[in-house]
Ligand binder design. Structure first.
Ligand code: GLN
Length: 542
């Protein structure tokens, strides 16, 4: 029988609902249950693909090519289960489908309404394809009280009545702020949040309370009494040093016991959280450290590079080192010499990005890494900029540029107009929709067996996730390879460059895909493991 856990949030946003959901999933998984995770996003965009990363954070791409919320990245990293298009939905997509049906005449005669049409569509999404799972964890984006969230809350309320008795659990994540002048953790915001939830018909079963210190017995009683939950169902979610301690911390606080208890399931035995203990130990007790520069353009919001940050931490975990991140706005290098910023750092990473702003700064960063023989990892845009750098500095193409920035006489990076997806030919024109039209999702790449990157992967055939509209132009391959920039990986049909490396450089790799999306704490991605390893080597030289 499939059981549903609905996770809602209150009081303030950014409490880490996604992380909380993922950590709960990890603990349930450690008890041997099969867990699926899904996210409902109340905003009107069809997906987050067209949203600014500085507002919404990273766009997480799934194997099947969906552009989804970054919380799906947490889900994958904590459960090891690859997310798919079917795990994330937005109000925009729901309305898009309903309106398309209405236009086709599928509802002929009916007036289309939020209840039941929108709520039915939400319920259909939540219930679809769950037969093989013991638990489905459904996270609702936003906070209770948001106008656009109402249909989602209404849909999960209805499910509580429609699904078999005892198969739904409502977990509400709130904040208990500590007020120094009163010397107390305050329960009132949580009480108000629960009141709001109850006013729309949902009685939470479990309160997960974010706090920076333990909840005293008195406050716990008060919360239980005023929010109408059991005292044991007031679970403290203490701040922890690393996100990978959250599953252990929840276990200790009894979240899994409470969830299983709610469903009448046995919870006497301890779950096997061995791998989380190992990871936490490694994060807590590093045996060394390295410093890596991230030269990007969305450095103001760290969530814009969520998977990347985590992948670097995973690389550090595999070598038992702490990875210090130096965030550098690429534009700075357009005004100033990069040397003072980059000297003494052990690696330079230029991540994915869009648009001209900061591009020249990234090119200078790539040049610095190449000339000073510092490990360099260029991801997607970071690969494209490294290739432009090589074309300009080494291959005698001073005007090398990307058509992403406008017309150019030397389109070393150009618009991707057609490519193969399986056996299907995908075509794109310069004018067309921006949403959902990039080369998206998992594609295979064939690596030269004797290349450095094949050695790093331990394989010459890989599959990685993509999200790009432009591509390095094969017409420049020969000239670039003559300078030592090897096109070490190509799409299986040999038409698209997928990876490059500077031969003779200690570690200089560019990849057209996003390896960070597939890295996991207990399975660090080979490229991040390799990059951090190279940074450690470099740190021994300085
Ligand atoms: N803007 C570049 C492109 O569309 C790179 C995209 C990225 O870094 N994800 O090809």
């Amino acid at each position: 029988m499939t059981r549903y856990v609905f996770i809602t949030g209150g009081v303030v946003s950014s409490l880490g609902k996604g992380l909380a959901s993922a950590a709960l999933a990890a603990v349930l998984q450690a008890r041997g249950y099969r867990v699926r995770m899904r996210k409902l996003d109340p905003y009107l965009n069809v997906d987050p693909g067209t949203m600014s990363p500085t507002q919404h954070g990273e766009v997480f791409v799934t194997d099947d090519g969906a552009e989804t919320d970054l919380d799906l990245g947490h889900y994958e990293r904590f459960t090891g289960v690859p997310a798919s298009r079917a795990d994330n939905i937005t109000t925009g997509r729901i309305y898009q489908d309903i309106i398309a049906k209405e236009r086709r005449g599928d509802y002929l005669g009916a007036t289309i309404q939020v209840i039941p049409h929108v709520t039915n569509a939400i319920k259909d999404f939540v219930l679809d394809g769950n037969d093989t799972f013991d638990f489905v964890l459904v996270e609702i984006g936003g906070t209770v009280g948001d106008i656009e969230g109402l249909p989602f809350f209404e849909a999960i309320r209805q499910l509580g009545q429609e699904l078999p008795r005892g198969t739904c659990c409502y977990v509400h994540l709130t904040l208990l702020p500590y007020i120094p002048s009163a010397g107390e953790l305050k329960t009132k915001p949580t009480q108000h949040s629960v009141k709001e939830l109850r006013s729309i018909g949902i009685q939470p079963d479990i309160l997960l309370c974010r706090c920076d210190r333990s909840i005293p017995v008195e406050e716990r009683r008060k919360l239980a009494l005023f929010c109408n939950v059991r005292e044991t169902a007031v679970i403290e979610a203490l701040d922890v040093a690393s996100i990978y301690e959250v599953p252990l911390s929840y276990r200790k606080a009894g979240l899994d016991r409470e969830v299983l208890g709610h469903f009448g399931l046995e919870h006497g035995e301890e779950p096997d959280l061995g791998r989380w203990t190992t990871i936490s130990d490694r994060v807590r007790n590093p045996e060394g450290e390295v410093s890596i520069a991230i030269v990007g353009k969305y450095t103001g919001l760290k969530d814009a590079y969520k998977s990347l940050t985590e992948a670097l931490i995973h690389g550090g975990i595999s070598h038992r080192v702490k990875v210090n991140l130096e965030w550098i706005e690429a534009e700075v290098f357009e005004r100033e010499d990069p040397a003072p910023f980059l000297e003494g750092l052990n690696g330079i990473l230029v991540p994915g990005g869009f648009g001209q702003r900061g591009a020249e700064g990234k090119i200078r960063a790539a040049r610095y890494a190449r000339e000073k023989r510092i490990p360099y990892l260029g991801i997607c845009f970071g690969m494209q900029m490294a290739v432009i750098e090589a074309a300009r500095s080494l291959a005698g193409v001073p005007d090398a540029n990307s058509t992403e920035f406008g017309e150019t006489s030397e389109p070393v990076v150009g618009l991707l107009t057609e490519w193969l997806r399986g056996n299907e030919l995908e075509r794109r024109a310069a004018v067309g929709d921006l949403g959902g039209t990039m080369r998206l999702g998992a594609y295979d790449a064939q690596l030269d067996p004797d290349s450095k990157i094949a050695q790093i992967y331990g394989s010459d055939r890989i599959s990685e996730r993509h999200r790009h509209r432009y591509e390095v132009n094969m017409a420049y391959r020969e000239r670039l390879e003559a300078t030592g920039l090897r096109f070490s990986g190509l799409s299986p049909d040999g038409l698209l460059p997928e990876t490059v490396e500077h031969v003779g450089h200690p570690w200089f790799i560019g990849v057209q895909f996003h390896p960070e999306l597939k890295s996991r704490p207990f399975e660090p991605h080979p490229l991040f493991k390799g990059f951090v390893g190279a940074a450690i080597e470099q740190s021994r030289l300085v």
